[in-house]
Design a protein around this ligand. Structure first.
Ligand code: TXA
Ligand code: MG
Length: 318
């Protein structure tokens, strides 16, 4: 299959309308989109990504009316999130309606919905005329794509189209919040932080971010976000240098707030947001260079730091 790489929203949306898949930009990571109402197109997402069938998709909307096309009822908690954080890097989970295929939700009776905050994405969904189901546009298990070139590297020849947009500003996936219960539960941390959510829900809960969230957020149980290189979390550059063995001395990388000049690749970040913005792209460039070990500097679990540590720990333990 030839993959058309285009900046034309008209061209990209025509592929969605004809039941094909499109790699699409968002502010978090690139998504692999299909018409949510086209079951065959949705099935293709799972085939192309090699995604386990029990891992449900996020559905992307550009209007409030499109949310109503997907769910049973917009709960008061969901209304609050929509009012305060949509469009943005946050996903709400609500009870789905009967129209939505079980393939989208992996058999769950709930559906994840997000309204991205990027002009080109909004215009693209508008042009598609339907909500767009889209997981991250990587092969399952590899780091999420934060540029259209990453999507091309993973999926060239396997999908019909990539809509070219900017590099992703946020760089890690959205915060996922279950809005079906009286107190909302954060199922996956993201750049909308716990503190941000506490401004509207003082009692918001955080699901234990490990194996036991598998029922509520099936995606969290899979090997995720992991480069081929071994990832080791360290306090600082000194610890990295201590831990690198003689044999690995020439083939390690470091990302953090400091620089290691003896590392084959070293990426300095200047803030937690900058760290999130650069992380997955750094993982990919290390893999391209055949790096064996990537040392990542730990960061405080505050603000976006909680989400970053969640992704770093997953990368380190897989
Ligand atoms: O930022 C993002 O969220 C990106 C962009 C493309 O929007 N998308 C993304 O999708 O990260 P994906 O498929 O890689 O991750 C979706 C997450 C998974 O952890 C999945 O289990 C969870 O959302 N999820 C989807 N539907 C759910 C549901 N009904 N209940 C609980 N969790 C759900
Ligand atoms: Mg993903």
């Amino acid at each position: 299959m030839k993959t058309v790489v285009t900046s034309s929203i008209k061209t990209a949306s025509s592929f969605i309308k004809s039941g094909e898949l499109v790699g699409m930009p968002t502010e978090t990571v690139y998504g692999l989109g299909a018409n949510v109402f086209d079951e065959d197109a949705v099935k293709k997402i799972f085939e192309v990504k090699k995604r386990p069938a029990d891992n449900p998709l996020i559905v992307h909307v550009s209007t409030y009316e499109q949310i109503e096309q997907l769910v049973n009822r917009i709960t008061p908690n969901a209304e609050k999130i929509i009012k305060n954080f949509f469009p943005g890097p946050i996903t709400i989970v609500l009870k789905k309606n009967e129209v939505i295929s079980n393939f989208v939700t992996a058999g769950l009776d709930t559906i994840a919905v997000r309204m991205p905050n990027l002009e080109i994405t909004k215009n693209f969904i508008d042009a598609c005329g339907v909500p767009v189901a889209a997981p991250s546009a990587n092969i399952s298990g590899s780091p999420s794509p934060t540029s259209w070139q990453h999507v091309y590297d993973d999926l060239n020849g396997k999908i019909s189209c990539i809509l070219k947009g900017p590099k992703c500003k946020v760089g890690i996936e959205s915060t996922v919040v279950d809005c079906t219960s009286s107190i909302p539960v954060i199922l996956r941390p993201g750049s909308v932080s716990v503190d941000d959510l506490r401004t509207i829900f003082p009692k918001v809960k955080i699901s234990p971010l490990s194996q036991n969230v598998r029922v509520k957020s099936p995606g969290m149980k899979y090997k995720h976000y992991s480069p081929k290189a071994k990832v080791i979390l360290v306090e600082n550059s000194e610890e990295a240098l201590k831990r690198v063995s003689n044999s690995e001395k020439k083939n390690f990388a470091f990302i953090g707030f400091e620089k290691i000049s003896s590392a084959r690749q070293s990426k300095i970040v200047n803030s937690p947001n900058d760290y999130a913005h650069k992380l997955f792209s750094f993982f990919r460039s290390c893999d391209e260079a055949g790096i064996e070990i990537i040392f990542c500097q730990k960061i405080e679990e505050e603000g976006i730091g909680l989400a970053l540590m969640n992704r770093l720990q997953k990368a380190a333990h897989s």
